[in-house]
Design a protein around this ligand. Structure first.
Ligand SMILES: [Fe+2]
Length: 443
């Protein structure tokens, strides 16, 4: 949608007024006795009041009606959303999913919220510790319905179809190869323009941050100025037929009715906002001598746990780049990890598995489960001539990496019918190259 305006920066103290109402933000204070234009002041707290300044998150919304004016919440069907992790027995096997099926609009109309399916996760919404990975498949826009997640933050990765997301802070257009984060408590509604599919990483009780850069220095990876948050936009719209607010709370869904649009925020200021980021803006850093940096070098955003250096979840990408490492097996190394690795593919072919891992599908390599390049990839890359080459051109794979040991849901294992049972065969033909008579070549 042309003409949308954004504010640039990550976690800044932003302020924004809908241009139709200049001066909507009170000057010099948050709670005047009477707000400009007769608006209500409402604070949205994204952190405990007492968090230290670097972690303190809140925004002030100046709105036509406060969000408390609504009918009581009542339970609603949760579809394939879940936060219970014992639906099926634990399974440590490598898993791969074919592209998740998007329902045909001629058969059934499914919007973004109705199209959310929980694939795997761990932890507990009540104790505010854990994650969930969802897949969304939908074909129609949300009409007079918005979503509000009381449990955590959504990092949304569209794979097919652009999302026009209306939030209390304004509108964002998020296309495949962009991501957005809608943090806990922010109401939003999603318009789609056709069959749409993507991935959602939900974290409970933490917010995404930019990773520290250490010796990299002050610049690089995802630069703060490339994050965009919406500019204030409001509608003063009565909805006599009822506007539905869907609330995800303790893993369950609830709905409440109100007779007006919740997107009635005329101005806002603060540092707790939704935002988006284009993955093409990622400044890729990697080895220019030999060997690999660990994939953490590709971290876009991290949700930290309380353990130093250990993430609840990292969002990591594998963008197009140059491969130049000398005397090196350049594809990803064989690996067992104390973290869980969920991977998805937005477009193109993933370098370690040219076949089988398709855009809109996924894979899960659980804690300490071995994984790595398939047989063809290994054989090809141990004999290829090493020259500077473009890697991952035209592709974008990503990883949600978590310190939680994730359980797969019944939907993921059975109901979706997309589990690729042949996945482990891609390593079956790996053969021994061991030669006990090998000796170092004389220089
Ligand atoms: Fe790995």
């Amino acid at each position: 949608m042309a003409g949308l305006k954004y504010l640039s920066g990550f976690g800044n103290e932003f302020s924004s007024e809908d241009p139709r109402c200049p001066g909507a933000l009170p000057e010099g204070q948050n709670n005047p006795q009477v707000c400009p234009y007769g608006l209500y002041a409402e604070q949205l707290s994204g952190s405990a009041f007492t968090c230290p300044r670097p972690a303190n998150k809140r925004s002030w919304l100046y709105r036509i009606l406060p969000s408390v004016k609504h009918k009581p919440f009542s339970p609603a069907p949760r579809g394939h959303l879940t936060d219970t992790w014992d639906q099926v027995k634990p399974d440590p096997n490598q898993m791969r999913w074919l592209p998740f099926t998007i329902p045909a609009s001629s058969e059934t109309q499914v919007d973004f919220v109705a199209g959310l399916h929980t694939l795997c996760g761990a932890g507990d919404t009540r104790t505010r510790s854990g994650i969930a990975i969802h897949v969304y498949t939908c074909n129609t826009s949300m009409v007079d319905r918005c979503f509000n997640n009381s449990d955590g933050d959504f990092l949304i990765v569209p794979q097919q179809g652009e999302l026009l997301i209306t939030t209390e802070f304004g509108k964002m257009l998020v296309e495949p190869n962009e991501i957005c984060v809608i943090q806990a408590g922010m109401r939003f509604s999603v318009d789609v323009s056709g069959p749409s599919r993507g991935y959602v990483l939900e974290v409970y009780g933490a917010h995404f941050e930019l990773p520290d850069l250490g010796p990299i220095g002050a610049n690089g990876l995802a630069n703060p100025r490339d994050f965009l948050c919406p500019a204030a936009w409001y509608e003063d719209r009565e909805v006599s037929t009822g506007y539905t607010v869907i609330n995800k709370y303790q893993g369950a869904l609830f709905t409440s009715q109100q007779d007006y649009s919740p997107f009635n925020v005329v101005g806002w200021h603060g540092n707790y906002t939704p935002y988006k980021y284009h993955l093409e803006n990622f400044m890729v850093i990697n080895s220019v001598a030999f060997d690999h940096a660990d994939p953490s070098i590709f971290t876009v955003l991290t949700a930290r746990s309380t353990r130093p250096g250990v993430a609840i979840a990292d969002f990591v990408i594998f963008p197009p780049r140059w491969g130049v490492a000398d005397r090196t097996f350049r594809p990803p190394y064989y690996h067992r990890n104390c973290m869980s690795e969920f991977m998805g593919l937005i477009k193109g072919h993933y370098e370690a598995k040219a076949e089988g891992f398709q855009p809109g599908g996924g894979s899960l390599h659980s804690i300490m489960t071995p994984h790595g390049p398939d047989t063809d990839c290994f054989e090809k890359n141990t004999t290829s001539t090493l020259e500077p080459e473009r890697v991952a051109e035209g592709t974008m794979a990503f990883m949600f990496e978590s310190s939680f040991s994730m359980a797969v849901t019944k939907w993921g294992l059975e109901t979706c019918q997309r589990l690729d049972k042949s996945y482990s065969q891609c390593w079956e033909n790996l053969r021994s190259h061991f030669n006990p008579n090998w000796r170092p070549s004389k220089q």
